[in-house]
Design a protein around this ligand. Structure first.
Ligand code: PEP
Length: 249
C-alpha cells in the first residue's frame, strides 16, 4: 500500500480571484469525504486568499522569493504566502526554469527558505527532450536534485514532482515504464541524501482522466501534479476519484 497520495492542481496564470473561489468550491464539494488523498490547489497568488480549505484540501503558491522582505519589486515572500494559509509552495517548475531563468542555485535558496519557514516545497525536476534524446536524463535529474537540496540533511517535509519537460502541456504523457524507471532512480538519489524519510514523488506531464488509472499504479508514483486537467472540475475530480479507487483496492 502506498502512503497517502497527493493530487496537486497547478492553475498557472489562469483564473481571476473570483474564478479561483468558484473552481475550488466546486471541486471540494465534489470530493467531499475523499479518503487517502491530499488535494492541493495552486492558484495564482491573487487567488490564494479566495480559497477556503481544511484537511484533506490544502493550498500551494506557485513560486516565492527567498528573502523575508524588502526592496524586491514584484516578488512575494513566504511570510505573505503563509498568511494566506497556504501550506505548500511549488518550486522550480520548468516554466520558472525556462521562462524566468531560475537556476539550481536560486531554487536551492527558495527550498531552504520554504523549509525554514515551515512550509512544504513541491520541488519540480525533469529533463528536456534534448536531455532524453542524448541519454543524459539521469545526469540532469541527479544534478537538479543534488544542487537543489544543498544544505538540506532531512527530507522530512519535502515533496518532489518529476515532470519531464517534453510531457508538460503536450498531451503526451511519459509511458508507465519510463515513469517507473525514473521514479526508482529519483527515490534512490533521495535516499542517498536522507535514509530516514520516504519522500513522496509525484508525476506530472499530461495527466488526464484517460491515463490516470494506469499511471497511479506505477511503482514509486505517489500522486500527480496536474496542469491543464486541473482547470476543469470534471477532469480533476475524475482523476482524484481514480486515485481514491486505486488506494482503496
Ligand atoms: C504542469 O505544468 O505542471 C503540468 C504537469 O502540466 P500538464 O498537466 O498540462 O501537462
Amino acid at each position: 500500500m502506498k502512503n497517502k497520495l497527493i493530487i496537486a492542481g497547478n492553475w498557472k496564470m489562469n483564473k481571476t480571484p473570483n474564478e479561483c473561489r468558484i473552481l475550488a468550491k466546486e471541486i471540494i464539494s465534489s470530493l467531499n469525504g475523499i479518503m487517502g488523498i491530499h488535494v492541493i490547489f495552486s492558484p495564482p497568488f491573487t487567488g490564494l486568499n479566495e480559497i477556503e480549505t481544511s484537511n484533506p484540501f490544502f493550498k500551494a503558491a506557485q513560486n516565492c522569493y527567498f528573502e523575508q522582505s524588502g526592496a524586491f519589486t514584484g516578488e512575494v515572500s513566504i511570510e505573505m504566502i503563509k498568511s494566506c494559509d497556504a501550506t505548500h509552495v511549488i518550486i522550480g517548475h520548468s516554466e520558472r526554469r525556462m521562462l524566468f531563468n531560475e537556476d539550481n542555485y536560486t531554487i536551492n535558496q527558495k527550498i531552504l527558505a520554504v523549509k525554514k519557514n515551515g512550509l512544504i516545497p513541491i520541488f519540480c525536476i525533469g529533463e528536456s527532450l534534448e536531455d532524453r534524446n542524448n541519454g543524459s536524463t539521469e545526469k540532469k535529474i541527479s544534478d537538479q536534485i543534488e544542487k537543489g537540496l544543498i544544505g538540506i540533511d532531512s527530507l522530512e517535509g519535502l515533496v518532489v514532482a518529476y515532470e519531464p519537460v517534453w510531457a508538460i502541456g503536450t498531451g503526451v504523457a511519459a509511458s508507465p515504464k519510463e515513469i517507473e524507471d525514473i521514479h526508482k532512480f529519483i527515490h534512490n538519489v533521495l535516499k542517498n541524501i536522507d535514509k530516514k524519510h520516504y519522500t513522496q514523488v509525484l508525476y506530472g506531464g499530461s495527466v488526464k482522466p484517460e491515463n490516470s488509472e494506469e499511471l497511479i499504479r506505477v511503482p514509486g508514483v505517489d500522486g500527480f501534479l496536474i496542469g491543464g486537467a486541473s482547470l476543469n472540475v470534471d477532469s480533476f475530480v475524475s482523476i482524484a476519484k481514480a486515485m481514491e479507487k486505486y488506494r482503496s483496492n
